[in-house]
Design a binder for this molecule. Structure first.
Ligand code: SF4
Length: 430
């Protein structure tokens, strides 16, 4: 194989993968390799894979077949979570030349520049050590940039394969995270999203997550700092106090609850009770009344009877969520819950998911309705058919009509009405 001059990148899965894919793109550009899309018939396609659900695994196999069909001569690199867990299976897929686990995924841009006689497997054990990321995850296609500050997890919730795929909890060197954030802001990103697997466990020497947030908030030119998703037991109260004060930290929390009953939480090996979760949320909403509060919930976990499901649904309805992400329980290799026998049928999981998805929609609408008539700041991202859309700090997606470009502008907007799924507003003339 000759050394590649063009590469396509494909990202699957979570925000942390997005951050890493953005870093890979910057590395390739620095190395003088053209980054193209799939249609340009690149010589190499790098897929940053996800294994959080069975669907993720099937998506990768489908994607590989499609790449080979459209571009039979290309070489494929499969990197990341699936490579870590399913390395031997991935290596057998057509055109796959490299399978690289999470510890070495950022070296793929060097590996593809070395001649290969036969497919390479690079999946060493992931060590627990602080890390640096030399190349900034500048993401020219998005207004917001993801700042990777943490990786791995030690919690081992019984349904979750992530500790096996991502390895033990480890944190980015504090000074390296700050240096990168300054770089991203000077490259034009006005909002940074703090990203990791279990960000609340951030620890580099004496520096903890609130120290990181406090220092990041002082960066000149940074307008918004958002925490992506954070485990309920890891949110230091200082963080909520920072949200209440005047600073770039967004009034937004995505706090996965997973179930609304102690019985299932215990089976899931979650680290909190329903009462602890509820008490935290109520205190947070008291201090930050307009907080955008999202959550994740799993339906159909083994042993979730009708009664337990109804309890979860009632609890979710009673809490001040502005949306939830509903996940159908999916059995994962390595995850302890796959050994539990009292399984729920797929049809019932489907029914329960629908109940909660409809409820989430209603709660989202109610949250948006509360904001009608208010003036808020919106950071605009993209345009479609004459409508510019962006987010408020508490995560309401707002659309305004505009013939002028509003990209990356933070503007005051009066919210006027809801149309379908979106909030409509108009920019306040200054
Ligand atoms: S906290 Fe639980 S759900 Fe989240 S990554 Fe760790 S093990 Fe998985």
């Amino acid at each position: 194989m000759t050394l590649p001059t063009s590469v396509a990148l494909y990202n699957q899965g979570c925000r942390l993968n997005q951050a890493e894919t953005a870093t890979l793109e910057q590395q390739l550009i620095t190395q003088g390799i053209q980054v193209v899309d799939m249609h340009a018939h690149p010589e190499v396609v790098i897929v940053n894979t996800c294994t959080v659900t069975e669907n993720g695994d099937a998506d990768t196999r489908r994607l590989v077949s499609k790449i080979v069909r459209d571009n039979p001569k290309c070489s494929i690199a499969l990197i990341g979570c699936q490579a870590q867990i399913l390395k031997d299976q991935l290596l057998k897929l057509p055109n796959v030349k490299w399978v690289v686990g999470n510890a070495n995924k950022l070296t793929i841009t060097d590996l593809i520049q070395q001649p290969v006689d036969q497919p390479q497997l690079v999946v060493p054990k992931i060590e627990r050590q602080s890390f640096v990321v030399e190349t900034a995850a500048i993401d020219l296609r998005h207004t917001r940039a993801n700042l990777k500050v943490q990786d791995g997890c030690d919690f081992y919730c019984s349904f979750c394969v992530i500790p096996f795929a991502r390895g033990p909890a480890r944190s980015r060197v504090f000074e390296d995270a700050i240096r990168d954030a300054v770089h991203l802001v000077s490259a034009g990103h006005r909002e940074l999203v703090l990203t990791g697997i279990n960000v609340g466990t951030y620890a580099d020497g004496s520096k903890r997550f609130p120290d990181l947030i406090d220092t990041l908030c002082r960066i000149d030119g940074l307008k918004r700092l958002r925490i992506s998703s954070i485990e309920p037991t890891t949110v230091d109260w200082n963080i909520i106090e920072l949200m209440a004060a005047e600073n770039p930290l967004c009034q937004y929390l995505h706090l996965p609850i997973q179930s609304g009953t102690d019985d299932i939480l215990e089976r899931m090996s979650r680290k909190y009770s329903v009462a602890e979760y509820v008490s935290f949320v109520n205190r947070a909403v008291q201090l930050v009344p307009d907080i955008g509060l999202g959550t994740d919930v799993i339906v159909g976990f083994p042993g979730e009877t009708d009664q337990l499901f109804n309890q979860t649904a009632e609890l979710l309805d009673s809490l001040p969520f502005s949306y939830f992400h509903v996940f159908s329980y999916s059995e994962r290799l390595y995850a302890r819950s796959s050994k539990q026998t009292d399984k729920i049928s797929p049809a019932e999981i489907h029914r329960r998911s629908k109940v909660l998805r409809d409820m989430s929609q209603r709660k989202k609408s109610a949250f948006m309705t509360r904001h009608i008539g208010r003036e808020v700041l919106v950071l605009f991202e993209s345009e479609k058919r004459g409508w510019w859309t962006g987010l408020t700090e508490n995560y309401i997606r707002v659309s305004v009509p505009s013939t002028e470009t509003l990209e990356n502008q933070l503007l005051p907007v009066v919210l006027t009405q809801i149309e379908g799924d979106r909030m409509i507003g108009s920019v306040v003339k200054q």
